[in-house]
Design a protein around this ligand. Structure first.
Ligand SMILES: [Zn+2]
Length: 302
């Protein structure tokens, strides 16, 4: 056995690596910038290998899990499509296994995060849950019967590209009016830019909101409301015990979740006569995808 397992989360703006020990505790983290969407595939692979090496040092891990933002095939071999990543029907698992010499497991980022939250987080011991991850875009996972539901082709839970505004804002996926255009890190930046007339990135908007700035608070109110509206549709469909919200943008906590809880309660039918599931922050925070990938490398994909 090598020294623990490594998980690498590949998102639209960064590559985040963690190493976990035998108990699942995180013992190292590292971040590398993500090459742009038009970068060569090898540049993305370089970033993954470098981030994995950053957390491994001289100790070879027992296995490597990759959490990727987009569609992963049912076998966990190929990354099919992601609006924010350059891979198209690419044999990612094999490519990284060959470059690192390690056993590699590949899964969708939200499925990884759901596995982590089920094993060690906000959905521990829960039979039915929805996970909504808000980063550059939106990812999602459905947990029923204590397991991540993968769907007929491995593609279930892609909530971010549900159309919520017919003919609405153009999405990187090629469609229009997708939910993530209204509720994501990109949406936060857009709402702020429209109000201020200049660009601020997500961390800058967050800092302003924490300082009580009206424009930044309004921007979080806007994406939070959209979060609640979309979550209400999903709750109507699945009736989960809990809704867990993860991803980088979720790190702000109640600035996002308070307006989302309001909108969820207002957008669900019969709330005087039914339970409205709690909308909880992911216990593992923005690292949930990477931790889940490492846990999947340890536990195997089901
Ligand atoms: Zn889309």
């Amino acid at each position: 056995m090598g020294a623990g397992h490594v998980g690498v989360d590949v998102g639209g703006t960064k590559v985040l690596a963690v190493r976990i020990d035998a108990t699942g505790a995180v013992t190292a983290t590292a971040t590398r910038p993500m090459p742009g969407r038009t970068a060569p595939i090898t540049a993305v692979e370089d970033a993954i290998v470098a981030a994995a090496h950053d957390v491994s040092g001289t100790e070879t891990p027992a296995g490597l899990g990759i959490s990727a933002a987009g569609l992963v095939d049912a076998a966990g071999e190929r990354f099919l499509f992601g609006a924010h990543l350059p891979w198209r029907d690419a044999p990612v698992r094999k490519a990284i296994a060959e470059r690192t010499g390690l056993p590699v497991v590949l899964d969708n980022d939200a499925n990884c995060a759901a596995h982590a939250e089920l094993v060690a987080g906000a959905a521990r011991g829960v039979g039915s849950a929805l996970l909504i991850t808000i980063g550059t875009g939106i990812g999602g996972a459905v947990v029923l019967g204590g397991r991540v539901v993968r769907g007929a082709h491995g593609l279930a839970g892609e909530f971010g590209h549900m159309q919520v505004v017919p003919g609405g804002l153009a999405c990187e996926c090629g469609l229009r009016g997708c939910w993530e255009q209204y509720c994501s890190g990109r949406a936060l930046e857009r709402v702020t830019r429209v109000a201020l007339g200049r660009h601020l990135d997500g961390p800058e908007v967050t800092a302003l909101a924490r300082a009580g700035d009206d424009v930044a608070l309004h921007a979080f109110g806007s994406i939070g409301t959209w979060l609640g509206v979309g979550a209400a549709g999903l709750v109507s469909a699945f009736d989960p015990e809990v809704v867990v919200v993860g991803g980088g943008v979720s790190a702000v906590g109640d600035l996002l979740l308070a307006p989302a809880r309001r909108a969820l309660a207002e957008s669900l039918q019969g709330t005087a006569f039914r339970a409205v599931p709690p909308l909880l922050p992911a216990a593992l925070g923005p690292e949930a995808g990477a931790v889940g990938a490492a846990l999947l490398a340890r536990d195997g994909r089901d």
